[in-house]
Write a protein that binds this ligand. Sequence first.
Ligand code: PLP
Length: 248
Amino acid sequence: VTHWHSPYFFAYYPAASSFPALLADMLCGGIGCVGFSWASSPACTELETVMLDWLGKMINLPEEFLAGKDGQGGGVIQGSASEATLMALLAARTKTIRTVQSEKPELTEADIMGRLVAYASDQAHSSVERAALIGGVKIKNVSSDDTFRVCGSALKKVLDEDKASGLIPFFFCATLGTTPCCSFDKLLELGPICNKENIWMHIDAAYAGSAFICPEFRHLLNGVEFADSFNFNPHKWLLVNFDCSTMW
Ligand SMILES: *Cc1c(COP(=O)(O)O)cnc(C)c1O
């Protein structure tokens, strides 16, 4: 056993555990509910949706991200941030293929796939590159600046080059709290560029996301309103036992 909860364990991330989370896991195991779709156990999905609205409100996510009474937003629990990034990339891929085909019906899905390109910081977690590998699309690093953050001009530069050579930029994964040094990409610069270029912006805040609950850190999430999807891991800093990765 690698004892992640030892006070002497400094590899990987601080994996959370707590007495309430342990009880919740026992309750889950006891009920043994299969909740893979709403119909398979409506109460399970409803509880997930309500709970993710609570959590979304705790970090002050914009209204559009919440389910509310009959909103189009809402959150789901994934097993890991890696899964959330893959999910976002696949959704973005499908959306872009449909959009391009509606404009140029002569292009096949394979033609478009061959030209799609995703982007992330050179500080991004390895799971972002892996998502692109699984998704069958190219991925490029965007250089971070001397404070390890990606700024708007760096993204703009690669986008312009790639569009000029016939590629189709479709996905950008911004990181809030990078794995090597907890730097924060400049959302307020990157978001408007992605929106203008029809690029899906996913935010990977796996590690640092829980900190946005604190009013003094919430400003680091400013610009989330430009994002298409957002994810953080309560199993890192929120005392929830592994696995619990929340995605809106
Ligand atoms: C921990 C971390 C991940 C990976 O999280 P998993 O839930 O283990 O997939 C991805 N990105 C960042 C920034 C992380 O800190």
